[in-house]
Design a protein around this ligand. Structure first.
Ligand code: MN
Length: 232
């Protein structure tokens, strides 16, 4: 069928070991999923259900290759923060998924940055307002290539690390996720019907902080991959 405007491009991510790409449908993100980060954000990590928010699919910026990708410093903030995260890429969807079969939905994993305009988030929190303009802005989700689960399995432990200009700022371990990946999928699938192409940013360990134009960020999740960006 003809479109009255040009159809928007389909956001996608490269996949390790193939020229085929992973088409991105939706981006779900988990807030406060490491206890130490929850505490540094002023929350009590105990007994809270997982907090979800979203980004538009075209917030994704594919980051591959040895050279750092140039990411634009966004407008309307003076306090842009890095959040390094394990990203889950769903190959299948469904609703009311039991945690013990959640891994079967997963196509693969990647390393992502949940870039955050912290000043706008703090202002939103102060008035109980939505986080969208703090989290869901253009180019707010740089993401590495996807590594298929058939190649690496389903990592439940491993270092999650982010360096800025060569200095380690964030370091955690997947084993310290409050809500494991299967539990995140179980919870989320009770709120929405998950679909192939959905990405889930699983939360960030402690050590978030500001970055400025010219900074180089290097992120990695052990056993999954790495990414490098420069803010311009
Ligand atoms: Mn995050």
């Amino acid at each position: 069928m003809a479109s009255v405007i040009p159809p928007p491009p389909q956001p996608s991510l490269p996949v390790l070991g193939t020229d085929a790409v992973f088409p991105v449908h939706r981006i779900y993100c988990v807030g406060r999923n490491y206890a130490a980060h929850a505490r540094e954000m002023g929350s009590d990590p105990a007994l809270e259900p997982p907090v979800f928010f979203t980004k538009p699919a075209d917030a994704i910026v594919p980051v591959s290759g040895p050279e750092p990708a140039a990411i634009p410093y966004p407008p309307a903030t003076e306090n842009l923060h890095h959040e390094i995260e394990l990203v889950v890429a769903l190959g299948e969807g469904g609703r009311d998924i039991e945690a013990d079969r959640a891994n079967a939905l997963i196509y693969g994993y990647a390393v992502g940055l949940d870039m955050t305009r912290r000043d706008l988030q703090n202002a939103a929190k102060a008035v109980g307002g939505p986080w969208d303009m703090a989290k869901a802005f253009d180019s707010s989700a740089p993401c590495s290539v996807i590594t298929p689960a058939v190649a690496i399995g389903h990592p439940a432990a491993g270092v999650v690390r982010l360096s800025v200009n060569g200095t380690v700022r964030q370091q955690g371990d997947l084993a310290d996720l409050i809500w494991s990946v299967p539990l995140v999928i179980a919870h989320l699938s009770r709120l929405v019907t998950l679909a192939p192409g959905d990405l889930i940013f699983t939360g960030t360990p402690e050590g978030v902080g500001p970055v400025v134009r010219g900074d180089r960020l290097d992120g990695e999740v052990a056993g999954v991959g790495a990414l490098a960006i420069t803010l311009v």
